[in-house]
Design a protein around this ligand. Sequence first.
Ligand code: SF4
Ligand code: SF4
Length: 188
Amino acid sequence: MEALTNRVKPVDRRKMSFWERMYLPAVFKGMAITIRHFFKKKATINYPEQTRPFSPVFRGLQILNRDEEGRENCTACGLCALACPAEAITMECAERKPGEEHLYREEKYAAKYEINMLRCIFCGLCEEACPKDAVYLSETFAPANYQRKGFIYGKADMLIPDPKTDPEGFVKAKGNRIAHPQGHGNEH
Ligand code: SF4
Ligand code: SF4
C-alpha cells in the first residue's frame, strides 16, 4: 500500500545481541538520563504556590468597573454584546430611579449583566467597544468549575469592589491597568 507520508519507519527485526537480551545496559542508560535531569533547571513550577509573571498584554476575567465614587459605570448600551464575536454577553437594562444617583453613574444601568465564560475567547473586543470604561479584562483567570452553569458570570461576580467601602479591594482589582486618556479601555 502506498504511504501517505514518508515518516514510516520499518521495524528493526535484527536478532538481539547478548547485552541487549540482558536489558541491564538499557536500564542503566535510562537511569542515567533520569539522574541527569535532577541537576537540570526545572521547566515546571509549583503552581499555585508559585506563579509566572503575566505578559503585559494578558487578558483574563472581565471586571465591571465603578468610578471613584463607587458608582457603576455601565449604562447598558449593549455595544459590548454587539462587538462580542462569541455572543457571550447578555444584559437587561433598567432606568435609574431618583435617589439611586450614588449607585449608577448614568440614567440607565445594567440590572442584569452576564458573560458566558465557556463561550468567551478573551479577545478583549468588549473592552474596546465600551464607551464608558465599564468593562475590562483583568489579570486573573476564570477559575475552573465542575458545572457548566458555574461559568455564567453575573454582575455580582464581576463588579469591582466599591472604593468607598473596600478601597484596598478596588485598587487590587484595578491591578496594573492604565486608564486610557479618554476613558476607553486600556493601553495594554
Ligand atoms: S473578551 Fe471577546 S469573547 Fe469574551 S466577552 Fe469580550 S468580546 Fe466576547
Ligand atoms: S459594559 Fe460598556 S459597552 Fe457594555 S453595556 Fe455597559 S456601557 Fe455599554
